[in-house]
Write a protein that binds this ligand. Structure first.
Ligand code: NAD
Length: 309
């Protein structure tokens, strides 16, 4: 598309939808990331509907949010337990749950997806919601590694589609990568940027390139730590200690891999390897593949590189 045509397309598509002030958010996926985003959005006065595939998962997510809020309150309201309890009650009132995304997107300003890292599944979800969500609703994905452009291609709202990439644990991590594709309108991008700020986060602008900024640097680093261990050049414990004490990182690469989820890490590296097979930074790891094949995904399953109670 020529520069001129591109500008016209942007102008036309964005004229229909001016800056949307995001107040009502539908978050799809109540796992680690979705529940964390829901907590932060509800804590900052947004109305949130959290969607997942079963009531059991949603109950677990709601419990997790409440538990996390209790930890926040312990610190923030140390001298005022009643005010703390009131805060939790108020935040929880901002969160409702559903197993039917299509039924709850009416009236939502933003659909933010944090489901399994699988392109076809994400495309299927958004294609369905595109038909029922209001015209002004912006769609965003929290994907760690998939091109936002590819996810958005399943919808007819390319100008109202972007990336909002949060970090784990969401309540603690201050960064949000706000991703614009070549079709994302300036208005939609600004709405996503302002929403990130309203959550109390610091946004950075990213292009729709693999891994955006943080993961493009972090994933090759973690993979190289595994390869270093595979070559027998250091134990995982020593590598973790070395990077914490020598580089000042809060977690070593193996601790971080277990925290992120080895399944997620493998998914990312598999995708990048398929995209650019000759790139040594994107090479496979037999050790990672074996752990994932054994269902050892890290902290969330009780075992990864380390064991957890
Ligand atoms: N874990 C991280 O550190 C991290 C960081 C940033 C971004 N991400 C990205 O966030 C997304 C979610 O990651 P996570 O770690 O929270 O995963 P998770 O496995 O903890 O949670 C995913 C949730 O999505 C639900 N789900 C799956 N398909 C669904 C569907 N069609 N409709 C509704 N719910 C559905 C699952 O039941 C599960 O509860 C992924 O795209 C991942 O790449 C993860």
């Amino acid at each position: 598309m020529s520069f001129f045509t591109h500008q016209i397309t942007r102008g036309l598509s964005s004229s229909a939808v001016r800056n949307v002030v995001i107040k009502h958010v539908t978050i799809i996926g109540g796992g680690q990331m979705g529940a964390g985003i829901a907590q932060v959005a509800a804590s900052t006065g947004h109305s949130v509907v959290l969607v997942d595939t079963s009531e059991d998962i949603l109950q677990k997510a709601a419990k997790g949010i409440e538990g996390s809020l209790k930890r926040v309150v312990k610190k923030k309201f140390a001298d005022k337990p009643e005010a703390g309890a009131e805060f939790i009650q108020k935040v929880m009132q901002n969160v409702s749950t559903s197993t039917d995304a299509a039924a709850v997107v009416q009236g939502t300003d933003l659909v933010l997806e944090a489901i399994v890292e699988n392109l076809k599944v994400k495309q299927g979800l958004f294609a369905g919601l595109d038909k029922v969500a209001p015209e002004h609703t912006i769609f965003a994905s929290n994907t760690s590694s998939l091109p936002i452009t590819d996810i958005a291609s399943s919808t007819s709202r390319l100008d109202r589609f972007g990336g909002l990439h949060f970090f784990n644990p969401v309540p603690m991590m201050r960064l949000v990568e706000v991703v614009a594709t070549s079709a994302t309108s300036q208005e939609s991008f600004d709405s996503l940027l302002n929403f990130s700020k309203a959550l109390g986060k610091t946004p950075v602008s990213c292009k729709d390139t693999p891994g955006f900024i943080v993961n493009r640097l972090l994933v090759p680093y973690m993979m190289e730590a595994i390869r270093l261990h595979e070559r027998g050049h250091g134990s995982k414990e020593d590598i973790d200690i070395a990077m914490k004490l020598g580089a000042g990182y809060p977690m070593g690469p193996f601790e971080l891999l277990d925290y992120v989820g080895l399944d997620t890490a493998k998914f990312i590296i598999d995708g990048w390897c398929a995209m650019d097979p000759g790139n040594p930074l994107f090479g496979q790891s037999p050790m990672l593949n074996k752990l994932v094949a054994e269902g050892k995904f890290g902290k969330k399953t009780g075992e990864g590189f380390y064991k957890y109670k």
